[in-house]
Each structure stands twice: as structure tokens, then as C-alpha cells.
Ligand binder design. Structure first.
Ligand code: DPP
Ligand code: ZN
Length: 870
């Protein structure tokens, strides 16, 4: 297959002034009539190329006259008309089969309902169309279906007409007044319950809000509705963005490749990111729901009103929208805690991507399947770039630039250059060096060396940056790196200092060259540097400093991010290089006993770096050593702190009524983190203490009145294993067997258990009657959890002859036959093999080779596997 390249971009030859669609819905023979008004954009005649896959052409008319087959050409992916006038109306009728469509792209059926997913290139599975984001038009959509089974007929925009066709069938007509690209089209038809509310916008318009869910489930949409209203208010106050239609709808579906989709006026959500109540959803679920509701809603401006010229610009809408949703979550849930969580996610998912064979720039330059580029790099690193721009420009200039961007490009398909130009327009400064962040792959390393001159009371910092080569990018240019920094004294007290003639407590220095040196003056005593505060840039920081400086920041940094970071670094050193646990335990104890700190922050600081995170710090990676050493350090810490942990745990009384708010969630997070650390001592405890711990975990389970505490208790029981664990799992299954979203958790939990018997259990679970690889949520619960969240079992550290790789490969190949987009996501889990020690390295490579050797691979899986092996 031939790659698509950014440099090959050509503006469309024709524009579409109006799109009229009629759907006659049928499970196996849906008829789609498409009427498109075309106008040529260029001077000279050009062929009209429409895209269409798995659509059967029934009829085609140009300006009302049937076309004879010799006037057009059909391939499996295109319909081409060589000879067309400068302006004309094309009408096609095609037949598609939604029931057979297990790719979950285009029009498909989920739980007996029709639904759609068109981003990025799904619309071409519905009808022949110039399916590219820079072709925008106004849509009118007529949907016809049986009344029984399909009482709700939904599409984008406003409902302008509906009625009966006859005794058995009805129809609805929707009109979207805004120009949009085809990837934002949506249609839903079926039996649904609806939760309704309204929102009054800042200019006083009333918007009807409707969330459609499985029948009987509307109470579980209440939290999503609340999050939606908060999102709408926040986008008005933080960005001046008001909603633009009179109706905003969200539909939850069970079978979905993504998390959610921002279709104009009709968002479609994976049910797992919408439905919540205390008995079925964890605090992490509530948090995700809040942020994804916000994310999709914010796309109405950053994505829909201003869309992307081509898919290379995907980050224009995704990076910006992630940054916007992070800002929202941060305002809802606390800046420090949110920042730590966002950075953890960035490091867990994006840093390894940037360090491996699948590394790609935030704006890639070529692809085979754009579906493969819905990555942490495009989303999370993309968000970091916007965040750095805001840090450097300041909040006022940032807001003015964004206003300028939305005003200038409203209703059009824009590029990253357009986005950056908005900053130039409002500042008058050249910002072209920021483009390097978009075009270069790889995580930059920032090295800081420090020289303190006691006589002169000055601290000189030499800063340098470098980025290692990545596939097809051997050399790298410097990027602008904002470095937020301050200094502390050795006991952890913040110190003021002079910089450029002013007294400062904190500065942000922008390193935009390979090297620079700066001098801080009036530095009273030998300082402790606190650099890259709030993680001011997505880089790897290297500072040479004694362990005592890490302790000083752990104890007293006024920047909570760097306080957490110092604790993580100390824990990492203990695990990877060894040493005395006692000082670390003392510092952790002081943190836990500090009443000034939020419970949510304490919970985060208690969590040791993950095995996956530690793997990024080791070369070559030895997953067995990481697992064993981390477990040993955790057990030792547990023993050293047991009385404190136990006192704190016993002192927290869970509230009698459940509330999902951030503060209550923080309380649960702390209590569950205490339980987790307490239970880490189980393996090395004596029999009496073991039975005490086992009873503690079982009691935690028995008393849990919400899903967060239940999952925490089940996780705690993993350390005990055996009868108490099995009994709790069985009780959990029996109680929730009719709740698919909870049974997903039941599969996920077992797949993530670091235990010698887990791989056999996972294989057994893959034959469980509730396991269905055609349902992405269920499949990911079992397979993705093994590949991404259970390194010990995935790498077979318990028994040298049984890796989890083979199971994952079989699953990738099974799912690739019907859902390539979802299958391909798992290839990444094997892609880092070159960084691993023998024999993992060879076994992972062989697993990738066995994928490559399989006939009839999808483009999606083939592209990523080939790159991983390159
Ligand atoms: N555009 C979607 C999102 O919001 C992905 N399907 O990220
Ligand atoms: Zn998005």
C-alpha cells in the first residue's frame, strides 16, 4: 500500500454546497440516497473522485439524468467521473449492510440500534462522498425506519419535520445549519430512554440537552448531564465560547472503538464513559466521564466550528481540546492533583511511544491508516505544546490569541500554521520555532548543571537540550522549552533570588537554543534547585544533585508537582539502585501526617512508580528484576510504616452517603491507597499478621457501598489470593452479572492480577460465555489489561516458558479479521522489544514476526507491525 503524505496535499477540486441524505434503514439492506450539489473550484476541468468502501451502487444520476456505466469508473475504494460540468447535482443510491458491519465504522448496529462512527474515514462506508475534512457542507438528513423498535430517529442539527409514512413506518428530517465535514455526521435510530435538561447560554438562549441511553438507564446519565452543564458554563467563562444550536444530544452505545465522538449536536459515547452510579462506577470513572463529556463538548469550537484541513493536522483539534479539557478538570478538581495525573498519563503512554519505533511527530508527515495516529503523541503531547504556549505567552495573550484563532478560522478547515499565526498576530512576535514541537518526534532531554559561588552568592545554571534520533529523523533542531524554576534552602524553605535585576521567588526561563547559561543572584545559602515546576515542558529532566536535595523538595517544595516528583525519584532510586528505605519512609510518614495536604495529593504521593514507568528508566529492561525489586521495596515500606498506615486507615470514617465530588473521591483515594500499602506487607508477614490483613481486606470488601471501594478491596485481596479472593470475585460476578460495564471490570481486574496463575486464568476467561472479542470494551478489559497493565504476567516473569505475548498475538489476529482499528491498538505493546533484555527481546520480536507472517493482515495492523519491526 502507498503511504499518504502531507506534502501531497492538494485542495479539493470541487466544493459541495449542499448534502441531502435519505436513509431507508434496514438491518441488512439499508438504502442511502445522496444528493450533492457540486461546484468546481479550479479554472480547468478536473475528474470528480468520490470515496466509497463496501457500498453497492444501485443508481447514479447527474442533473436528473441516469448515467450510463461507461461514464464512470468504480474501484473498491472510489467512484470516478471523468467528465463533469463546472456545476452539477449528483444523485446516487447505494445499499449497505449495517448488521454485518463489525468494523464499527460507518453505519452499524449495536444492541439492536443503528449508530454511526465516521471519524476519520467512516463516512465512505455509508455512501460515495468526497470524504475529507476540508470539504464542508450543510446537511439535510431524512431517516425512515419501522416505528416498532425505532421510535427515536436522530441526526445532527435541528429536527425540522417528522411523521408517519404508513401504519408501520415513520420518518424524521434533520437539518444542520452549520457547514461541516463528513466525519462529523451522525445518525442514531432505536429504542432509547432520554434524560432531559436545559442550559441557558451567556447570551440568554435556552438549549435543550438530551442524553439518550439504554432503556431503564436514564438515572445513570445524571452525572454526565451535570458535567455537561458545567462544561458549557466553563467554556463560556474560560474561553468565551457559547453553544450554537438549540439542541445538544448525546447517545451512549455499548459497541464503540473510541471513547466518544464529537459529531455536531449529536455526540456518541462509549457507554463506559457516560453511565455512572455509585454501585457501578468508580471515582476514576466519574473523573473520566467528566473530562470526556467536557472534551467532546469543547470540540464544538475546537474541531467543529474550526476543523482540520487534512488528517495530518489532527492535533490542531485534539491537542487543543485535550488542553482545554485538562484546564476544565483542573478547575473542577484542583490544579496540582490534576497536573500530576496528567503527567503520569503522559509519561505512561506518550514517553514510551516517543522512545520506540512507533515514534512520530505530533504532526506526522505520512501514514497508511490515519486510524493508527489517534495516539498519545497527538493527543497528550499535542496538549502539552498548547500548554507551553500559554505558559510562555501568559494567560491574557493566550486568550486573545485563541479568540483571534476562532474568529479568523470559524467555518473553515485550518492548519497548525494557522493556529501559530494567531499567536503572531496578537503578539507581533515570530513564533515559527514552535513548529519544531509539531514536526519533530522524540522527547527532548533537558540537562541542567549548577554552580554555586558562595562568595558571590550566585547560582549559575547551564541548560542544554538534545533530542535523540527517531525513525527517519536523525538530527533534531532546538525547541523552545519553558523552564519554570525556584530555589529552596537545604531544609526545604523557599528562597528568593535576583534575576535580571529583580527579586524573584520563581521564574520561567525559555530555553530556545541548544545551550544557555543563566545566573541567579542574591542566593543566600547553598541552594536546592526546583526546576521544571508544574512540569512546565514535556521533557526528561536531568539534574546532577545529591539525594539530600530530593529529600528537601519532598519535604518542603512549595510546588506540589515537584514535591511529588521528588518523592517518585527517591522511590525509583530505591527500587532500581537499592539503598536504605528508612529515610524515605520517614519523609513519607511526615507527608501523611501533614494536615495541610489534601488527601488526594497524599494518595498520589503514596503510589510507587509503576513497573511500566520503571521500565523506561532501565536499560536493557529486565521486567523480572523490576517486579521483584518493586515488590520488595513496597513490602519493606509497608512494614516500616504499618502502625502509622493502620492508624490513619482506621481514623478515616467513610461517609454514610456517597458523593462523587472531588473532595469525597480524594478521601476514598487516600483510604484505598493506605489499604494498598498496608496489604503490600502480606507476603512477608507472619501467619498471625497475615490473617489480620486478610480480614482487613475482606472487611473492606464487605463494607464497601460503592464501586471504588469494592475494586480497591478486590485489588487488596489479590495479595492474599486463594479462597478469600476467589470468594469475593464470585460474589462480585453473581451480583453484577447483568451489568455489562461492571462485568468489564471483573474481566479487567483478573487480567491485571500479578500472579503466576494469571495467564492460565486469562486463557480460561477468553472462553468464558461473557467474553466477546466483537465488543471492544470487553475485549480491551481482558487483553489490553494484560498487555498494558500487567507487565509481570505479560513478560512471563513467574515462569520463563510462558510469556503473555502469544495470547496477545492470537487476540490481535482474531480481532483484525473484523475490527482492524481496535486490533491495531495492541501492536504497540510489543513494539518496544529492542529496549528489553534477553530472552524477552527475542520472544517479543518473534511475536511481532508471527503477526507479520500472517496472510491478509489489515493495513492498520500491517503498518504498525512493520514499523515496530523496522
Ligand atoms: N475525535 C474523537 C475524540 O474526541 C476521537 N474519536 O477524541
Ligand atoms: Zn477529541
Amino acid at each position: 500500500a502507498r503511504p499518504i503524505r502531507l506534502t501531497d496535499y492538494r485542495a479539493p477540486a470541487y466544493r459541495v454546497s449542499a448534502t441531502d441524505l435519505t436513509f431507508r434503514l434496514d438491518p441488512t439492506e439499508t438504502r442511502v440516497t445522496t444528493r450533492l450539489s457540486f461546484e468546481r473550484l479550479g479554472e480547468s476541468p478536473a475528474p470528480l473522485v468520490l470515496l466509497g468502501e463496501r457500498v453497492k451502487l444501485i443508481s447514479i444520476k447527474l442533473d436528473g439524468a441516469d448515467l450510463s456505466p461507461d461514464t464512470y469508473e468504480i474501484t473498491p475504494e472510489t467512484l470516478t467521473l471523468r467528465d463533469v460540468p463546472a456545476q452539477f447535482v449528483l444523485e446516487t443510491e447505494v445499499e449497505i449492510n449495517p448488521q454485518d458491519n463489525k468494523t464499527l465504522e460507518g453505519l452499524y448496529m449495536s444492541s439492536g440500534r443503528y449508530c454511526t462512527q465516521c471519524e476519520a474515514e467512516g463516512f465512505r462506508k455509508i455512501t460515495y462522498f468526497p470524504d475529507r475534512p476540508d470539504v464542508l457542507s450543510k446537511y439535510t438528513v431524512r431517516v425512515e425506519a419501522p416505528k416498532i423498535g425505532f421510535p427515536h430517529l436522530l441526526s445532527n442539527g435541528n429536527l425540522i419535520e417528522y411523521g408517519d409514512l404508513d401504519d408501520t413506518h415513520h420518518y424524521a428530517v434533520w437539518q444542520d445549519p452549520f457547514n461541516k465535514p463528513s466525519y462529523l455526521f451522525a445518525l442514531v435510530a432505536g429504542e432509547l430512554d432520554v434524560l432531559e435538561d436545559t442550559f441557558t447560554t451567556s447570551s440568554g438562549r435556552t438549549v435543550d440537552l438530551k442524553i439518550y441511553v439504554d432503556t431503564g438507564m436514564s438515572a445513570r446519565a445524571a452525572y454526565a448531564m451535570d458535567a455537561l452543564k458545567r462544561s458549557m458554563a466553563w467554556d463560556e467563562s474560560a474561553y468565551g465560547r457559547e453553544y450554537d444550536l438549540d439542541l445538544f444530544m448525546i447517545v451512549a452505545v455499548r459497541d464503540f472503538n473510541f471513547g466518544a465522538m464529537e459529531n455536531k449536536g449529536l455526540n456518541i459515547f462509549n457507554a463506559s464513559l457516560l453511565l455512572a452510579d455509585p454501585t457501578t462506577a468508580t471515582d476514576a470513572d466519574y473523573e473520566r466521564i467528566e473530562s470526556v463529556i467536557a472534551h467532546e463538548y469543547f470540540h464544538n469550537w475546537s474541531g467543529n466550528r474550526v476543523t482540520c484541513r487534512d488528517w495530518f493536522q489532527l492535533c490542531l483539534k485534539e491537542g487543543l481540546t485535550v488542553f482545554r479539557d485538562q484546564g476544565f478538570s483542573s478547575d473542577q478538581r484542583g490544579h496540582a492533583v490534576q497536573r500530576i495525573k496528567d503527567v503520569k498519563a503522559l509519561r505512561a503512554r506518550q514517553f514510551p511511544e516517543d522512545a520506540g519505533p512507533l515514534a512520530h511527530p505530533v504532526r506526522p508527515s505520512s501514514y497508511l491508516k490515519i486510524d493508527n495516529f489517534y495516539t498519545a503523541t497527538i493527543y497528550e503531547k499535542g496538549a502539552e505544546i498548547v500548554g507551553m504556549l500559554k505558559t510562555v505567552m501568559g494567560p491574557k495573550v493566550y486568550r486573545t490569541a485563541l479568540d483571534h484563532y476562532f474568529a479568523t478560522h470559524d467555518g473553515t478547515a485550518a492548519t497548525l500554521e494557522d493556529f501559530l499565526k494567531s499567536f503572531e498576530a496578537v503578539t507581533g512576535n515570530d513564533v515559527s520555532n514552535w513548529l519544531n514541537w509539531y514536526t519533530q518526534a522524540g522527547t527532548p532531554r533537558l540537562k541542567i548543571t549548577q554552580t554555586y559561588d558562595a562568595a558571590a552568592k550566585s547560582l549559575t545554571l547551564s541548560l542544554s537540550q538534545s533530542t535523540a534520533p527517531t525513525p527517519s529523523q536523525p538530527t533534531k533542531a532546538a525547541v523552545p522549552i519553558p523552564v519554570r524554576l525556584g530555589i529552596l534552602s537545604e531544609d526545604g524553605t523557599p528562597q528568593s533570588f535576583g534575576f535580571e535585576g529583580q527579586s524573584q521567588i520563581e521564574i520561567t526561563y525559555v530555553l530556545d537554543q541548544p545551550f544557555a547559561a543563566i545566573t541567579l543572584t542574591d542566593v543566600a545559602a547553598a541552594p536546592v534547585l526546583s526546576a521544571l515546576r508544574h512540569f512546565s515542558a514535556p521533557v526528561i529532566l536531568e539534574v546532577e544533585e545529591p539525594q539530600s536535595h530530593l529529600f528537601a523538595r519532598f519535604k518542603g517544595d512549595t510546588d506540589p508537582f515537584n514535591r511529588w516528583e521528588a518523592a517518585q525519584k527517591l522511590a525509583q532510586n530505591l527500587i532500581l539502585t537499592g539503598g536504605d528505605v528508612a529515610p524515605y519512609a520517614e519523609a513519607l510518614k511526615a507527608t501523611l501526617l501533614d494536615d495541610a495536604l489534601e488527601p488526594a495529593f497524599k494518595a498520589l504521593i503514596m503510589a510507587l512508580p509503576t513497573e511500566q514507568g520503571l521500565a523506561q528508566e532501565m536499560s536493557p529492561v529486565d521486567p523480572a528484576a523490576i517486579h521483584t525489586r518493586r515488590k520488595a521495596v513496597k513490602a519493606e515500606l509497608s512494614r516500616a510504616l504499618y502502625p502509622t498506615l493502620r492508624d490513619l486507615y482506621d481514623a478515616i470514617q467513610p461517609p454514610t452517603t456517597f458523593s462523587p465530588d472531588a473532595q469525597s473521591a480524594g478521601g476514598r483515594a487516600l483510604r484505598n491507597a493506605l489499604l494498598d500499602l498496608i496489604m503490600a506487607g502480606y507476603g512477608t508477614a507472619d501467619a498471625a499478621h497475615q490473617s489480620e490483613l486478610s480480614a482487613l481486606a475482606s472487611a473492606h470488601y464487605a463494607r464497601a457501598d460503592n464501586m471504588t471501594d469494592m475494586i480497591a478491596a478486590l485489588t487488596a485481596l489479590m495479595s492474599v489470593h486463594g479462597e478469600p479472593y476467589e470468594a469475593a470475585l464470585d460474589a462480585f460476578y453473581a451480583r453484577f452479572k447483568d451489568e455489562p460495564l461492571v462485568i468489564d471490570k471483573w474481566f479487567a481486574l483478573q487480567a491485571a492480577c500479578p500472579h503466576p496463575e494469571t495467564l492460565a486464568r486469562i486463557e480460561r476467561l477468553s472462553r468464558h460465555p461473557d467474553f466477546d472479542p466483537k465488543v471492544p470494551n470487553r475485549w480491551r478489559a481482558l487483553v489490553q489489561n494484560l498487555a498494558s497493565n500487567n507487565p509481570a504476567v505479560f513478560h512471563g516473569v513467574f515462569a520463563s516458558d510462558s510469556y503473555g505475548y502469544g495470547f496477545v498475538v492470537d487476540q490481535i489476529l482474531t480481532v483484525d479479521e473484523f475490527n482492524p482499528m481496535t486490533a491495531a491498538r495492541l501492536v504497540e505493546s510489543l513494539s518496544g522489544y529492542k529496549r528489553y533484555a534477553s530472552p524477552y527481546r527475542e520472544a517479543m520480536k518473534a511475536a511481532l514476526e508471527s503477526i507479520m507472517a500472517t496472510p491478509k493482515l489489515s493495513k492498520n495492523v500491517a503498518e504498525l507491525t512493520a514499523k515496530a519491526l523496522d
